[in-house]
Design a protein. Structure first.
Length: 347
């Protein structure tokens, strides 16, 4: 489910673009937790809490794999099943002193927690946001869908209605010539029409994207730390991070992605050639309201052009790239980082 949420400040406010994202991210998380968490537990970690297994905040903002999980049992930082796209992540994004519009996308089981997000927004609007605690009113909530948008709420309404259509994998992929298998979330691919015989694709990285690669343990038992990709992103790295993110989201919040060979998918991605790249590195930091610690959230923006060796390889990755427009890629994806736009080239 992909939503566009418009709010209007009750008094004009100017929050710098790079700060808006951090303020919105922190305010939503803190207000959400206050809504569901017992007051005497707010200062404690989630996992030891006896209510953790049924707590909406823990499941959405601090998910951990169950003990019997078939994958990622040792991974304590699972992907959050949502993406918040605030304004201001890219320096060219205009920021209005009168209103703010941001996107919220919920995946799989998290869709059932939409009322929690709406209640959080209402409470946050009353309490105010930012250093000056500027209050706001929710003007509208719109469900975005390729077949047409639906207005779920407008200012003055007393209820938020659920959309008549849910955004499905098949809906996202219709324009690519792909169709989804009902048995898996990652679709099978139908050949693209002969009128569009492109073998190159441009990926536009619209918000700071942080990709890491190379971590693991070698044959000698030595652990290697990941390195950051700061420019000219190889397709193999992009595809592997998308593969891993989609697989985890499916495993814990949706229908398992039963790809026959994950390693082969990575090997195929390495055959895709980077033919052009224009990216810049944006240095960003955020300060945690809860702990006071400062975290670097930098990444690159720009575009990269990739050439597939053949149509079969292209058809293998088009669905993954198209889904990336919704799930994002790389570190901090739930907070709007790693937003990409896919553009085919018929020339």
């Amino acid at each position: 489910m992909s939503l566009a949420i418009a709010v209007r400040w009750r008094r004009p406010t100017v929050i710098p673009g790079a700060v808006v994202a951090n303020v919105l991210r922190g305010a939503l998380g803190i207000t959400f937790r206050k809504l569901v968490c017992p007051a005497d537990w707010l200062a404690h970690p989630c996992v030891p809490c006896p209510m953790y297994s049924s707590c909406a905040y823990g499941l959405l903002f601090n998910p951990t794999p169950p003990d019997d999980a078939a994958q990622l049992r040792l991974q304590q930082d699972l992907p959050r099943p949502f993406v918040i796209e605030p304004p201001g992540l890219h320096p060219d994004t205009p920021v209005s002193p009168e209103q703010m519009t941001f996107a919220l996308t919920l995946f799989g089981k998290s869709i059932g927690h939409l009322p929690y997000f709406i209640t959080t927004l209402e409470r946050l609007g009353r309490e105010g946001m930012g250093r000056d605690r500027v209050p706001f009113d929710v003007e509208s909530i719109t469900a975005r869908h390729p077949a047409g948008n639906e207005v779920l709420f407008t200012s003055g309404a007393t209820v938020v209605r659920m959309p008549l259509r849910r955004l499905r994998t098949a809906d996202i992929l219709e324009t690519t010539g792909c169709h989804a298998s009902p048995s898996v979330l990652m679709p099978r691919v139908a050949p693209l029409p002969a009128a569009n015989p492109w073998l190159t694709v441009k990926l536009r990285f619209l918000t700071p994207t942080l990709l890491r690669t190379g971590s693991g343990i070698d044959s000698q038992g030595c652990r290697h730390s990941a390195t950051e990709v700061r420019g000219r992103p190889p397709f193999g790295v992009v595809a592997r991070r998308l593969r891993d993110r989609l697989s985890a989201l499916c495993a814990f919040f949706g229908e398992p992605w039963r790809h026959p060979d994950f390693a082969a998918l990575g090997t195929a991605a390495d055959t895709v050639r980077l033919v052009d790249s224009h990216t810049v590195w944006l240095t960003r930091q955020r300060r945690s309201t809860r702990t006071g610690a400062t975290h670097e959230i930098s990444g690159f923006v720009g575009e990269a052009v990739y050439e597939f060796p053949d149509a079969a390889t292209r058809d293998q990755f088009v669905p993954l790239l198209k889904l990336a427009e919704y799930i994002h890629v790389g570190k901090y994806a739930p907070w709007g980082h790693g937003k990409v736009l896919v553009e085919g080239d018929a020339g």
